[in-house]
Write a protein that binds this ligand. Structure first.
Ligand SMILES: [Fe+2]
Length: 381
């Protein structure tokens, strides 16, 4: 049998927070899934063109300053809100909860943590009723709701599907300076870790966490934060992602492609990262795996494994590590961004002192020359 020297599989996430947020006595709300993101955009027509005409999301409703979009298999009012504003940012990471009563739990949970909490019986966006918005202890604007308008699920409307059809909202990805602290808080909120990236010294660079039985509803990526790294929509098949790339090329919009297409090590999913007209990052994602059993194993990757973020060993572009979107407080003001103090993944993998390997037993300088150049900043042609 070939020694594949892949990631380490354990029964529980070996992530210890040095500076934990206290666990509230109040139980957390029972969260079903990530449901929608509210994005502030600075040119609504340009964003509408990108998400509707290029990516094929469906307009549920719109007015002069807001567009409500959904994916083709969705039955709730929207998965993405584009709202015109001065500063491109994220106004809400929104989750659906299991029942209306869970909103009382959300209020109690975050109030005990000393967070700002706002509840509106009429909701914060069209199509959604009673909702709770908070600025969470990590600085992110989170929303919880149950009551929502049902709309037509377009799964069978193949006459409307394009070759790159986006069928579901899959996950969010958040940038935060202290990943173990964020993970511990999210575990208190009822999330379970499915995968993470660490080094031998115990630094955690990123972690993936789920409520629904996929690899994640959100991930915590180490970096200056709070910021939003990306929002991800699912396609059915890998070829749908290739079709999106071909379409962007045909439209002379290939500069929207930031990274990929490729296959992730983490999550095993096929991926593509795009940047929208404001620079908000959108991932197109397909074919991760089922994680719904209570003893689903946790997969831990070595930060120096050059197959962790791309299974084929393709390099990660520096912008993917460094750039992310601002997030807003409940008054609509950008949250201040705090610097990460733990070592950065980019620095330890592609910086001047960084290294990556294909096989862990190889010496650090044993990457072939054609790979070495790709991973060292300044070596690019
Ligand atoms: Fe992602």
């Amino acid at each position: 049998m070939t020694d594949t020297a892949g990631p380490v599989v354990t029964s529980d996430a070996p992530i210890i927070a040095a500076d934990p947020i206290p666990t509230p006595l109040a139980p957390p709300p029972d969260i079903l899934r990530c449901a929608y993101m509210e994005l502030v955009v600075t040119d609504l027509a340009a964003s509408r063109n990108f998400y509707v005409d290029v990516l094929g999301l469906v307009v549920t409703e719109e007015d002069e300053d807001t567009v409500y979009l959904r994916s083709l298999e969705e039955f709730i009012h929207h998965n993405l809100v584009l709202r015109l504003g001065e500063v491109a940012a994220v106004a809400a990471f929104s989750y659906r909860v299991r029942s209306p009563e869970e909103l009382d739990r959300a209020v109690a949970f975050y109030t005990e943590l000393g967070c700002r909490v706002e509840r509106r019986a009429e909701g914060f966006t069209r199509g959604i009723g009673d909702s709770v918005r908070v600025t969470d202890p990590l600085g992110f604007p989170y929303e919880f709701f149950y009551d929502v308008d049902h709309v037509e699920r377009l799964a069978w409307r193949y006459d409307l599907h394009t070759p790159g059809a986006l069928v579901r909202l899959d996950h969010f990805n958040q940038v935060t300076p202290d990943v173990p602290r964020a993970v511990k808080f999210m575990e208190d909120l009822g999330f379970r870790v499915t995968e993470d990236i660490q080094d031998a010294e115990g630094t955690t660079y990123a972690a993936w966490m789920r409520r629904k039985p996929t690899v994640h509803d959100t991930a915590m990526t180490g970096g200056d934060g709070p910021r939003m790294h990306h929002v991800a929509f699912a396609t059915h098949e890998k070829h749908n992602i290739i079709a999106i790339c071909d379409k962007l090329g045909a439209l002379r919009l290939s500069d929207h492609i930031e990274r990929g297409p490729g296959r992730h090590g983490v999550s095993n999913a096929f991926y593509l990262y795009l940047r929208d007209p404001d620079g908000h990052r959108v991932e197109i994602y397909t074919q991760d795996y089922y994680t719904g059993d209570p003893d689903n194993p946790v997969v831990t990757w070595d930060v120096h494994d050059n197959q962790r973020r791309d299974w084929w060993g393709n390099p990660v572009v520096p912008s993917w590590y460094t750039e992310a979107s601002l997030v807003l407080d409940l008054d609509g003001n950008p949250q201040p961004v705090a610097a990460r103090t733990d070592t950065s993944e980019m620095a330890v993998t592609i910086g001047a002192d960084g290294f990556s390997y294909t096989r862990p037993e190889d010496d650090a300088d044993e990457l072939p020359s054609w790979k070495q150049g790709e991973y060292k900043l300044g070596h690019q042609l």
